[in-house]
Design a protein around this ligand. Structure first.
Ligand code: ARG
Length: 247
């Protein structure tokens, strides 16, 4: 009987110790929504399924700085803002351009990357160089992106909208459209794999920001502080080098 209660007490103590230590060591989780179809910013390793890219490394560095553990939630691009507003995740890290329209529904961190749109065409097509050359043409875009917004303003153009960014570029190779309007670094990254497409000069000025729910001012401040530290410590430059060095 004595032995029995000793064992009981001992196991109770052990259980308490284990649960106390998990509570103490568990970092708060930062749930991050992303559309992992946008190399080199966010994409999945074909073999392991791991999330990789500049944005992924940067948000992990920001999380580490803020003492939070980052958990990636892969979500279709056009569902990202609705998902943030419903609370599926705490922020969006997805090469998302800060636009006035988006600022109507979400808050953005300080800008973390300067970007631009470019026109992707077939390599053997010398007729399209500028936006003016796209008048009346068929153009592919990722649905709801700034590329979509830019292309939709072109007179007489027919817009083919794709859920996934790589599919919009693929449509140029398939000769389904004359051109694709997409973010410069993504055009650059994807066209590395193919010789039959090329891209032109950047024609917009955009800045990526981390989108956060407007009522979560605490997180917005935390992320801005952590981003500033990651920049000041040289960590930002290291990550930039990893993904955008010319070598
Ligand atoms: N920068 C563009 C925008 O904000 C495209 C971003 C697309 N991001 C992605 N992960 N597919 O509209």
């Amino acid at each position: 009987m004595k032995k029995m209660s000793f064992v009981l007490i001992l196991s109770a103590v052990l259980i308490l110790m284990v649960s106390a230590s998990t509570v103490l060591s568990a970092k708060p989780v930062l749930k991050v929504g992303t559309s992992a179809d946008f190399p080199p910013f966010e994409f999945q390793d074909e073999k392991t399924g791991a999330y990789l890219g500049f944005d992924i490394d940067l948000i992990k560095a920001i999380g580490a700085e803020a003492g939070m553990e980052v958990k990636i939630v892969n979500t279709a691009w056009d569902g990202l803002i609705p998902g943030l507003l419903t609370g599926n995740y705490d922020c969006i890290m997805s090469a998302m351009t800060i636009t006035d329209e988006r600022l109507g529904s979400v808050a953005f961190s300080d800008p973390y990357f300067s970007a631009s749109q470019v026109i992707v065409t077939r390599s053997d097509d010398s007729s399209i160089k500028t936006v003016e050359d796209l008048v009346g043409k068929e153009i592919s875009v990722q649905i709801g992106t700034t590329g979509d917004i830019e292309a939709s303003e072109i007179e007489g153009a027919t817009i083919k909208r794709f859920n996934l960014a790589p599919d919009a570029i693929q449509e140029v190779r398939n000769k389904g459209v004359a051109a694709c309007v997409i973010d410069f670094s993504v055009a650059e990254e994807i066209s590395k794999q193919y010789t039959d497409i090329k891209f032109g000069e950047p024609f917009t000025e955009e800045y990526y920001g981390i989108a956060i729910n407007k009522n979560n001012v605490e997180l917005l401040n935390k992320i801005n502080e952590a981003l500033a530290s990651v920049k000041a410590s040289g960590k930002y430059d290291m990550i930039f080098e990893d993904w955008f060095s010319i070598n």
